[in-house]
Design a protein around this ligand. Structure first.
Ligand code: GDG
Length: 455
Protein backbone atom coordinates (compact mmCIF):
# COMPACT_ATOMS: atom_id res chain seq x y z
CA UNK A 1 0.00 0.00 0.00
CA UNK A 2 1.23 3.51 -0.68
CA UNK A 3 -0.06 6.79 0.69
CA UNK A 4 -0.24 9.55 -1.90
CA UNK A 5 -2.00 12.91 -2.18
CA UNK A 6 -5.23 11.05 -3.11
CA UNK A 7 -5.04 8.75 -0.06
CA UNK A 8 -3.98 5.13 0.09
CA UNK A 9 -3.71 3.04 -3.04
CA UNK A 10 -2.62 -0.51 -3.80
CA UNK A 11 0.47 -1.34 -5.84
CA UNK A 12 0.52 -4.87 -7.15
CA UNK A 13 3.61 -6.84 -6.06
CA UNK A 14 5.05 -8.95 -8.85
CA UNK A 15 5.41 -12.59 -7.85
CA UNK A 16 3.57 -15.86 -7.55
CA UNK A 17 2.44 -15.52 -3.96
CA UNK A 18 0.70 -12.14 -4.12
CA UNK A 19 -0.93 -13.01 -7.44
CA UNK A 20 -2.34 -16.28 -6.11
CA UNK A 21 -3.82 -14.68 -3.00
CA UNK A 22 -5.32 -11.86 -5.00
CA UNK A 23 -6.98 -14.38 -7.31
CA UNK A 24 -8.27 -16.46 -4.38
CA UNK A 25 -9.83 -13.44 -2.67
CA UNK A 26 -11.40 -12.12 -5.84
CA UNK A 27 -12.97 -15.51 -6.52
CA UNK A 28 -14.22 -16.35 -3.04
CA UNK A 29 -14.34 -13.11 -1.04
CA UNK A 30 -12.83 -12.53 2.40
CA UNK A 31 -10.48 -10.15 4.18
CA UNK A 32 -6.73 -10.04 3.58
CA UNK A 33 -4.84 -9.64 6.84
CA UNK A 34 -1.42 -8.39 5.90
CA UNK A 35 1.54 -6.21 6.70
CA UNK A 36 1.01 -3.28 4.36
CA UNK A 37 3.74 -0.79 5.22
CA UNK A 38 3.85 2.13 7.59
CA UNK A 39 1.37 4.99 8.10
CA UNK A 40 -1.64 3.13 6.76
CA UNK A 41 -4.95 2.87 8.63
CA UNK A 42 -5.89 -0.42 10.36
CA UNK A 43 -8.82 -1.02 8.03
CA UNK A 44 -8.70 -0.45 4.28
CA UNK A 45 -12.09 -0.93 2.63
CA UNK A 46 -12.23 -1.71 -1.12
CA UNK A 47 -13.28 1.89 -1.95
CA UNK A 48 -9.94 3.21 -0.70
CA UNK A 49 -7.66 0.66 -2.39
CA UNK A 50 -9.47 -0.29 -5.57
CA UNK A 51 -9.07 -3.97 -4.62
CA UNK A 52 -12.07 -6.29 -4.59
CA UNK A 53 -11.79 -7.09 -0.88
CA UNK A 54 -10.94 -5.29 2.38
CA UNK A 55 -7.48 -5.33 3.95
CA UNK A 56 -6.83 -5.44 7.69
CA UNK A 57 -3.37 -4.13 8.47
CA UNK A 58 -0.83 -5.71 10.81
CA UNK A 59 1.58 -3.09 12.05
CA UNK A 60 5.28 -3.87 12.10
CA UNK A 61 8.11 -1.44 12.75
CA UNK A 62 10.86 -0.98 10.17
CA UNK A 63 13.35 -2.99 12.27
CA UNK A 64 10.84 -5.80 12.82
CA UNK A 65 10.27 -6.02 9.09
CA UNK A 66 13.97 -6.16 8.38
CA UNK A 67 14.62 -9.01 10.86
CA UNK A 68 11.39 -10.90 10.33
CA UNK A 69 10.94 -10.55 6.57
CA UNK A 70 14.36 -9.81 5.08
CA UNK A 71 15.99 -11.78 7.92
CA UNK A 72 14.34 -15.01 9.02
CA UNK A 73 11.92 -15.39 6.10
CA UNK A 74 14.21 -14.49 3.22
CA UNK A 75 17.66 -15.34 4.57
CA UNK A 76 16.88 -18.45 6.60
CA UNK A 77 13.70 -20.22 5.49
CA UNK A 78 13.87 -19.27 1.80
CA UNK A 79 17.43 -20.58 1.15
CA UNK A 80 16.92 -23.59 3.41
CA UNK A 81 13.71 -24.70 1.73
CA UNK A 82 15.30 -24.24 -1.71
CA UNK A 83 18.18 -26.47 -0.58
CA UNK A 84 20.86 -23.80 -0.23
CA UNK A 85 21.78 -24.25 3.46
CA UNK A 86 25.13 -22.52 2.98
CA UNK A 87 23.27 -19.30 2.06
CA UNK A 88 21.36 -19.26 5.37
CA UNK A 89 22.14 -16.56 7.91
CA UNK A 90 20.92 -18.26 11.03
CA UNK A 91 20.68 -15.64 13.76
CA UNK A 92 18.81 -15.63 17.07
CA UNK A 93 17.58 -12.03 16.56
CA UNK A 94 15.97 -12.99 13.25
CA UNK A 95 14.15 -15.84 14.98
CA UNK A 96 12.95 -13.57 17.81
CA UNK A 97 11.57 -11.10 15.27
CA UNK A 98 9.92 -13.93 13.31
CA UNK A 99 8.22 -15.20 16.44
CA UNK A 100 7.10 -11.71 17.47
CA UNK A 101 5.70 -10.94 14.01
CA UNK A 102 3.84 -14.26 13.91
CA UNK A 103 2.34 -13.39 17.31
CA UNK A 104 1.14 -10.06 15.93
CA UNK A 105 -0.44 -11.71 12.90
CA UNK A 106 -2.09 -14.36 15.08
CA UNK A 107 -3.49 -11.72 17.46
CA UNK A 108 -5.00 -9.75 14.56
CA UNK A 109 -6.51 -12.90 13.07
CA UNK A 110 -7.86 -14.02 16.47
CA UNK A 111 -9.56 -10.65 16.91
CA UNK A 112 -11.12 -10.85 13.45
CA UNK A 113 -12.58 -14.33 13.02
CA UNK A 114 -15.76 -16.06 14.09
CA UNK A 115 -16.64 -19.76 14.31
CA UNK A 116 -17.76 -20.22 10.71
CA UNK A 117 -14.78 -18.47 9.15
CA UNK A 118 -12.02 -20.25 7.28
CA UNK A 119 -8.51 -18.95 7.92
CA UNK A 120 -6.12 -19.33 5.01
CA UNK A 121 -2.53 -18.92 6.20
CA UNK A 122 -0.16 -18.27 3.40
CA UNK A 123 3.38 -19.50 3.19
CA UNK A 124 6.60 -19.80 5.10
CA UNK A 125 6.41 -16.32 6.63
CA UNK A 126 3.70 -17.48 9.04
CA UNK A 127 4.63 -20.98 10.26
CA UNK A 128 3.79 -20.26 13.88
CA UNK A 129 0.39 -18.65 13.28
CA UNK A 130 -1.69 -21.89 13.16
CA UNK A 131 -0.26 -23.10 16.48
CA UNK A 132 -0.80 -19.70 18.08
CA UNK A 133 -4.41 -19.61 16.90
CA UNK A 134 -5.04 -23.08 18.27
CA UNK A 135 -3.37 -22.15 21.56
CA UNK A 136 -5.65 -19.11 21.81
CA UNK A 137 -8.72 -21.33 21.28
CA UNK A 138 -9.72 -19.61 18.02
CA UNK A 139 -12.73 -21.61 16.79
CA UNK A 140 -12.25 -21.22 13.00
CA UNK A 141 -10.77 -23.90 10.73
CA UNK A 142 -7.21 -23.12 9.63
CA UNK A 143 -5.42 -24.19 6.44
CA UNK A 144 -1.87 -23.46 5.29
CA UNK A 145 -0.62 -23.33 1.72
CA UNK A 146 3.15 -23.67 1.38
CA UNK A 147 4.28 -22.17 -1.96
CA UNK A 148 7.92 -23.14 -1.86
CA UNK A 149 9.60 -26.56 -1.67
CA UNK A 150 9.71 -28.38 1.66
CA UNK A 151 13.18 -29.87 2.26
CA UNK A 152 14.06 -33.30 3.67
CA UNK A 153 15.04 -33.69 7.35
CA UNK A 154 18.77 -33.65 6.54
CA UNK A 155 18.34 -30.03 5.40
CA UNK A 156 15.41 -28.73 7.50
CA UNK A 157 16.97 -30.36 10.56
CA UNK A 158 19.86 -27.88 10.67
CA UNK A 159 17.47 -25.30 12.13
CA UNK A 160 17.55 -25.28 15.89
CA UNK A 161 13.91 -24.14 15.90
CA UNK A 162 12.73 -27.06 13.73
CA UNK A 163 10.38 -28.48 16.39
CA UNK A 164 8.70 -25.10 17.02
CA UNK A 165 8.23 -24.52 13.29
CA UNK A 166 6.73 -27.96 12.66
CA UNK A 167 4.51 -27.76 15.74
CA UNK A 168 3.35 -24.31 14.68
CA UNK A 169 2.32 -25.60 11.26
CA UNK A 170 0.52 -28.57 12.78
CA UNK A 171 -1.83 -26.17 14.55
CA UNK A 172 -3.66 -26.15 11.19
CA UNK A 173 -6.44 -28.52 10.08
CA UNK A 174 -5.03 -28.69 6.55
CA UNK A 175 -1.49 -28.34 5.18
CA UNK A 176 -1.16 -28.15 1.40
CA UNK A 177 2.10 -28.29 -0.56
CA UNK A 178 2.93 -27.95 -4.25
CA UNK A 179 4.06 -31.54 -4.91
CA UNK A 180 3.96 -35.08 -3.52
CA UNK A 181 7.70 -34.82 -2.88
CA UNK A 182 7.10 -31.82 -0.58
CA UNK A 183 4.40 -33.78 1.27
CA UNK A 184 6.79 -36.72 1.74
CA UNK A 185 9.55 -34.41 2.99
CA UNK A 186 7.23 -32.68 5.43
CA UNK A 187 5.98 -35.97 6.84
CA UNK A 188 9.54 -37.28 7.16
CA UNK A 189 10.41 -34.20 9.23
CA UNK A 190 7.37 -34.71 11.44
CA UNK A 191 8.29 -38.36 12.02
CA UNK A 192 11.91 -37.63 12.74
CA UNK A 193 11.67 -34.53 14.90
CA UNK A 194 8.25 -34.73 16.57
CA UNK A 195 7.89 -38.53 16.85
CA UNK A 196 4.14 -38.41 16.26
CA UNK A 197 2.25 -41.02 14.21
CA UNK A 198 1.88 -40.33 10.52
CA UNK A 199 -0.40 -42.15 8.09
CA UNK A 200 0.59 -42.20 4.43
CA UNK A 201 -2.74 -42.70 2.66
CA UNK A 202 -4.27 -40.18 2.70
CA UNK A 203 -1.32 -38.33 4.24
CA UNK A 204 -2.37 -37.44 7.78
CA UNK A 205 -0.60 -36.52 11.01
CA UNK A 206 -2.30 -38.07 14.04
CA UNK A 207 -2.16 -35.74 17.01
CA UNK A 208 -3.82 -36.27 20.37
CA UNK A 209 -7.51 -35.68 19.74
CA UNK A 210 -7.34 -34.58 16.10
CA UNK A 211 -5.90 -35.29 12.66
CA UNK A 212 -4.10 -32.90 10.31
CA UNK A 213 -4.67 -33.59 6.63
CA UNK A 214 -1.58 -33.06 4.48
CA UNK A 215 -1.92 -32.89 0.71
CA UNK A 216 -0.26 -31.96 -2.56
CA UNK A 217 -2.20 -29.26 -4.38
CA UNK A 218 -0.22 -27.87 -7.33
CA UNK A 219 -1.06 -24.23 -7.92
CA UNK A 220 -2.42 -23.26 -11.34
CA UNK A 221 -3.00 -20.08 -13.33
CA UNK A 222 -5.99 -18.17 -14.63
CA UNK A 223 -5.81 -20.12 -17.88
CA UNK A 224 -8.75 -18.44 -19.62
CA UNK A 225 -7.32 -14.99 -18.95
CA UNK A 226 -3.88 -15.78 -20.38
CA UNK A 227 -5.28 -17.75 -23.28
CA UNK A 228 -7.77 -15.03 -24.22
CA UNK A 229 -5.23 -12.23 -23.86
CA UNK A 230 -2.63 -14.03 -25.94
CA UNK A 231 -5.05 -14.61 -28.82
CA UNK A 232 -6.46 -11.07 -28.73
CA UNK A 233 -5.66 -9.18 -31.98
CA UNK A 234 -4.02 -6.30 -30.07
CA UNK A 235 -1.65 -8.72 -28.35
CA UNK A 236 -0.86 -10.47 -31.60
CA UNK A 237 -0.02 -7.15 -33.18
CA UNK A 238 2.15 -6.17 -30.22
CA UNK A 239 3.91 -9.54 -30.40
CA UNK A 240 4.54 -9.14 -34.13
CA UNK A 241 6.04 -5.69 -33.49
CA UNK A 242 8.29 -7.11 -30.79
CA UNK A 243 9.53 -9.84 -33.10
CA UNK A 244 10.18 -7.34 -35.84
CA UNK A 245 12.13 -5.07 -33.50
CA UNK A 246 14.17 -7.96 -32.11
CA UNK A 247 15.13 -8.77 -35.68
CA UNK A 248 15.77 -12.49 -35.37
CA UNK A 249 14.32 -15.74 -36.74
CA UNK A 250 13.94 -17.34 -33.33
CA UNK A 251 13.03 -15.61 -30.04
CA UNK A 252 13.89 -17.19 -26.69
CA UNK A 253 12.48 -15.82 -23.43
CA UNK A 254 13.30 -15.96 -19.71
CA UNK A 255 11.08 -14.28 -17.07
CA UNK A 256 11.99 -14.32 -13.38
CA UNK A 257 12.19 -12.33 -10.19
CA UNK A 258 15.87 -11.63 -9.56
CA UNK A 259 16.60 -14.57 -7.28
CA UNK A 260 19.47 -17.06 -7.07
CA UNK A 261 16.95 -19.92 -7.03
CA UNK A 262 15.85 -19.00 -10.56
CA UNK A 263 19.19 -20.01 -12.13
CA UNK A 264 19.53 -16.84 -14.25
CA UNK A 265 23.34 -16.84 -14.20
CA UNK A 266 23.46 -20.56 -15.07
CA UNK A 267 20.94 -20.01 -17.89
CA UNK A 268 23.04 -17.18 -19.32
CA UNK A 269 26.10 -19.47 -19.24
CA UNK A 270 24.15 -22.15 -21.07
CA UNK A 271 23.09 -19.62 -23.72
CA UNK A 272 26.67 -18.32 -24.03
CA UNK A 273 27.89 -21.87 -24.59
CA UNK A 274 25.20 -22.36 -27.22
CA UNK A 275 26.44 -19.26 -29.09
CA UNK A 276 30.05 -20.42 -28.73
CA UNK A 277 29.44 -23.93 -30.03
CA UNK A 278 26.76 -23.14 -32.62
CA UNK A 279 28.06 -20.13 -34.58
CA UNK A 280 25.43 -20.77 -37.28
CA UNK A 281 22.73 -19.62 -34.81
CA UNK A 282 24.45 -16.42 -33.62
CA UNK A 283 22.66 -14.15 -36.07
CA UNK A 284 19.41 -16.06 -36.05
CA UNK A 285 18.44 -16.03 -32.36
CA UNK A 286 17.59 -13.43 -29.76
CA UNK A 287 17.27 -14.31 -26.10
CA UNK A 288 15.17 -11.82 -24.09
CA UNK A 289 15.68 -12.12 -20.35
CA UNK A 290 13.13 -10.17 -18.27
CA UNK A 291 14.28 -9.84 -14.67
CA UNK A 292 12.04 -8.28 -12.05
CA UNK A 293 13.83 -6.47 -9.19
CA UNK A 294 13.27 -8.34 -5.93
CA UNK A 295 14.30 -8.29 -2.25
CA UNK A 296 16.84 -5.53 -2.68
CA UNK A 297 17.03 -5.16 1.13
CA UNK A 298 19.04 -8.39 1.17
CA UNK A 299 22.77 -7.93 0.36
CA UNK A 300 22.98 -11.25 -1.46
CA UNK A 301 20.37 -10.10 -3.98
CA UNK A 302 22.39 -6.96 -4.69
CA UNK A 303 25.48 -9.13 -5.33
CA UNK A 304 23.44 -11.36 -7.62
CA UNK A 305 22.39 -8.32 -9.63
CA UNK A 306 26.07 -7.47 -10.24
CA UNK A 307 26.86 -11.04 -11.31
CA UNK A 308 23.94 -11.09 -13.76
CA UNK A 309 24.90 -7.65 -15.12
CA UNK A 310 28.47 -8.88 -15.73
CA UNK A 311 27.29 -12.00 -17.56
CA UNK A 312 24.92 -9.93 -19.71
CA UNK A 313 27.71 -7.46 -20.55
CA UNK A 314 30.12 -10.25 -21.41
CA UNK A 315 27.72 -12.06 -23.73
CA UNK A 316 26.57 -8.87 -25.47
CA UNK A 317 30.23 -7.81 -25.83
CA UNK A 318 31.32 -11.14 -27.30
CA UNK A 319 28.45 -11.76 -29.69
CA UNK A 320 27.05 -8.42 -30.87
CA UNK A 321 27.53 -8.31 -34.63
CA UNK A 322 26.88 -5.29 -36.83
CA UNK A 323 25.04 -3.60 -34.00
CA UNK A 324 22.68 -6.50 -33.24
CA UNK A 325 22.99 -8.37 -29.96
CA UNK A 326 21.63 -11.91 -29.55
CA UNK A 327 20.78 -11.04 -25.95
CA UNK A 328 18.34 -8.38 -24.65
CA UNK A 329 18.17 -7.84 -20.93
CA UNK A 330 15.24 -6.03 -19.25
CA UNK A 331 15.62 -5.28 -15.55
CA UNK A 332 12.07 -4.19 -14.79
CA UNK A 333 8.53 -5.38 -14.06
CA UNK A 334 6.58 -5.24 -17.30
CA UNK A 335 2.88 -4.37 -17.38
CA UNK A 336 0.88 -7.63 -17.58
CA UNK A 337 -0.23 -7.02 -21.21
CA UNK A 338 3.37 -6.56 -22.33
CA UNK A 339 4.46 -9.68 -20.54
CA UNK A 340 1.77 -11.60 -22.39
CA UNK A 341 2.93 -10.08 -25.69
CA UNK A 342 6.43 -11.42 -24.93
CA UNK A 343 4.98 -14.87 -24.19
CA UNK A 344 3.09 -14.68 -27.48
CA UNK A 345 6.23 -13.58 -29.34
CA UNK A 346 8.63 -16.19 -27.97
CA UNK A 347 9.33 -19.42 -29.85
CA UNK A 348 11.06 -20.89 -26.82
CA UNK A 349 10.70 -20.24 -23.06
CA UNK A 350 13.73 -21.03 -20.91
CA UNK A 351 12.34 -21.75 -17.43
CA UNK A 352 15.36 -23.20 -15.68
CA UNK A 353 15.27 -22.54 -11.92
CA UNK A 354 17.76 -24.39 -9.70
CA UNK A 355 14.80 -25.12 -7.43
CA UNK A 356 11.22 -23.79 -7.49
CA UNK A 357 8.04 -24.61 -5.59
CA UNK A 358 6.03 -24.64 -8.83
CA UNK A 359 6.87 -21.85 -11.35
CA UNK A 360 3.90 -20.07 -12.84
CA UNK A 361 5.82 -18.57 -15.74
CA UNK A 362 6.05 -22.06 -17.26
CA UNK A 363 2.25 -22.47 -17.08
CA UNK A 364 1.53 -18.95 -18.32
CA UNK A 365 3.75 -19.52 -21.35
CA UNK A 366 1.89 -22.73 -22.21
CA UNK A 367 -1.50 -21.00 -21.92
CA UNK A 368 -0.29 -18.35 -24.38
CA UNK A 369 1.25 -20.71 -26.93
CA UNK A 370 -1.07 -23.52 -27.86
CA UNK A 371 -2.38 -21.85 -31.04
CA UNK A 372 1.12 -21.08 -32.27
CA UNK A 373 3.12 -23.83 -30.60
CA UNK A 374 6.26 -22.80 -28.76
CA UNK A 375 8.77 -24.95 -26.90
CA UNK A 376 9.02 -25.00 -23.12
CA UNK A 377 12.47 -25.83 -21.76
CA UNK A 378 11.87 -26.61 -18.10
CA UNK A 379 14.10 -27.39 -15.14
CA UNK A 380 13.75 -30.83 -13.58
CA UNK A 381 13.85 -29.04 -10.24
CA UNK A 382 10.75 -26.89 -10.68
CA UNK A 383 7.57 -28.23 -9.08
CA UNK A 384 5.93 -27.66 -12.49
CA UNK A 385 8.09 -30.45 -13.96
CA UNK A 386 5.95 -33.02 -12.13
CA UNK A 387 2.98 -32.09 -14.20
CA UNK A 388 4.49 -30.71 -17.40
CA UNK A 389 6.24 -33.87 -18.56
CA UNK A 390 6.06 -32.98 -22.26
CA UNK A 391 8.36 -30.01 -21.79
CA UNK A 392 12.02 -30.33 -22.75
CA UNK A 393 13.37 -31.12 -19.29
CA UNK A 394 16.85 -30.01 -18.26
CA UNK A 395 19.25 -30.13 -15.33
CA UNK A 396 20.03 -26.40 -14.97
CA UNK A 397 23.29 -27.06 -13.13
CA UNK A 398 24.80 -28.58 -16.29
CA UNK A 399 25.79 -25.92 -18.88
CA UNK A 400 26.30 -28.54 -21.57
CA UNK A 401 22.79 -29.92 -20.96
CA UNK A 402 21.41 -26.39 -21.21
CA UNK A 403 23.27 -25.81 -24.47
CA UNK A 404 21.96 -29.08 -25.89
CA UNK A 405 18.33 -28.36 -24.82
CA UNK A 406 18.48 -24.91 -26.39
CA UNK A 407 19.69 -26.52 -29.60
CA UNK A 408 16.88 -29.10 -29.46
CA UNK A 409 14.31 -26.36 -28.80
CA UNK A 410 15.33 -24.01 -31.60
CA UNK A 411 15.46 -26.85 -34.12
CA UNK A 412 12.33 -28.76 -33.05
CA UNK A 413 10.09 -29.72 -36.02
CA UNK A 414 6.67 -28.01 -36.03
CA UNK A 415 4.71 -31.28 -35.60
CA UNK A 416 6.64 -32.16 -32.46
CA UNK A 417 6.19 -28.67 -31.03
CA UNK A 418 2.45 -28.89 -31.65
CA UNK A 419 2.15 -32.38 -30.14
CA UNK A 420 4.02 -31.44 -26.98
CA UNK A 421 2.20 -28.12 -26.59
CA UNK A 422 -1.22 -29.73 -26.96
CA UNK A 423 -0.45 -32.15 -24.12
CA UNK A 424 0.96 -29.39 -21.93
CA UNK A 425 -2.01 -27.16 -22.65
CA UNK A 426 -4.47 -29.86 -21.51
CA UNK A 427 -2.72 -30.10 -18.15
CA UNK A 428 -2.50 -26.34 -17.58
CA UNK A 429 -6.13 -25.86 -18.64
CA UNK A 430 -7.30 -28.51 -16.15
CA UNK A 431 -5.45 -27.51 -13.00
CA UNK A 432 -6.22 -23.80 -13.01
CA UNK A 433 -6.14 -21.23 -10.22
CA UNK A 434 -9.93 -21.64 -9.96
CA UNK A 435 -9.49 -25.39 -9.43
CA UNK A 436 -6.72 -24.77 -6.91
CA UNK A 437 -8.60 -22.26 -4.73
CA UNK A 438 -11.84 -24.27 -4.83
CA UNK A 439 -9.96 -27.47 -3.92
CA UNK A 440 -8.11 -25.82 -1.05
CA UNK A 441 -11.31 -24.41 0.42
CA UNK A 442 -13.17 -27.68 -0.10
CA UNK A 443 -10.47 -29.64 1.73
CA UNK A 444 -10.35 -27.05 4.48
CA UNK A 445 -14.07 -27.34 5.07
CA UNK A 446 -14.02 -31.09 4.84
CA UNK A 447 -10.58 -32.74 5.13
CA UNK A 448 -12.05 -36.13 4.19
CA UNK A 449 -13.11 -34.79 0.76
CA UNK A 450 -11.52 -36.14 -2.42
CA UNK A 451 -10.51 -33.61 -5.01
CA UNK A 452 -12.39 -33.11 -8.26
CA UNK A 453 -10.09 -32.88 -11.27
CA UNK A 454 -11.51 -29.55 -12.47
CA UNK A 455 -13.14 -26.58 -10.73
C1 GDG B 1 6.41 -18.26 -5.68
C2 GDG B 1 7.21 -19.57 -5.70
C3 GDG B 1 5.40 -20.62 -7.05
C4 GDG B 1 7.07 -12.09 -13.59
N1 GDG B 1 7.62 -11.06 -14.24
C5 GDG B 1 6.67 -10.16 -14.44
C6 GDG B 1 5.49 -10.65 -13.88
N2 GDG B 1 5.76 -11.83 -13.36
C7 GDG B 1 4.77 -12.72 -12.69
C8 GDG B 1 4.56 -13.95 -13.54
C9 GDG B 1 4.13 -14.98 -12.49
C10 GDG B 1 4.81 -14.49 -11.21
O1 GDG B 1 5.26 -13.15 -11.44
C11 GDG B 1 6.05 -15.31 -10.88
O2 GDG B 1 5.64 -16.54 -10.34
P1 GDG B 1 6.62 -17.77 -10.22
O3 GDG B 1 5.83 -18.96 -9.86
O4 GDG B 1 7.34 -17.93 -11.53
O5 GDG B 1 7.74 -17.38 -9.13
P2 GDG B 1 7.75 -16.72 -7.62
O6 GDG B 1 7.47 -15.27 -7.65
O7 GDG B 1 9.06 -17.12 -7.05
O8 GDG B 1 6.54 -17.45 -6.85
C12 GDG B 1 6.90 -20.36 -6.97
C13 GDG B 1 4.60 -19.34 -6.83
O9 GDG B 1 5.00 -18.65 -5.63
C14 GDG B 1 3.12 -19.63 -6.74
O10 GDG B 1 2.86 -20.62 -5.78
O11 GDG B 1 5.10 -21.10 -8.35
O12 GDG B 1 7.60 -21.58 -6.98
O13 GDG B 1 8.62 -19.29 -5.64
O14 GDG B 1 2.75 -14.94 -12.31
O15 GDG B 1 3.59 -13.66 -14.51
N3 GDG B 1 4.32 -9.97 -13.89
C15 GDG B 1 4.34 -8.75 -14.51
N4 GDG B 1 5.47 -8.20 -15.06
C16 GDG B 1 6.63 -8.87 -15.06
O16 GDG B 1 7.64 -8.36 -15.58
N5 GDG B 1 3.19 -8.03 -14.56
Amino acid sequence: MVRGPQGVSALRTVGGLAGALDDALRLHGGTWIAWVGQHVPDELPPETTGLAYPIRAVRLKEREVSHYYAGFSNQVLWPLCHMFPSRCRIQQNYWMAYRAANERFAATVAASVTRNDLVWVHDFHLCLVPGLLRGAGVPARVGVFWHIPFPPPTVFGILRWREELLTGLLGADLLAFQTEADVRNFLANVRQFLHVPVVDDPPTVRLAGRDVRVTALPIGIDYEHFHAEATDPDTRERAARLRHNLGSDVVLLGVDRLDYTKGIVERLRGFERFLERQPEWRRRVCFVQVTVPSRDRVPEYRDLKRTVDEAVGRIAGRFTYEGRSPLRYLYTALPREQLIAYYAAADVALVTPLRDGMNLVAKEYVACRVGTPGVLVLSEFAGAANDLREAVLVNPYDPEALRRRIEIAVSMPPEERARRMRALDRRVATHTIQWWTASFLQLLENPAATLAMTA
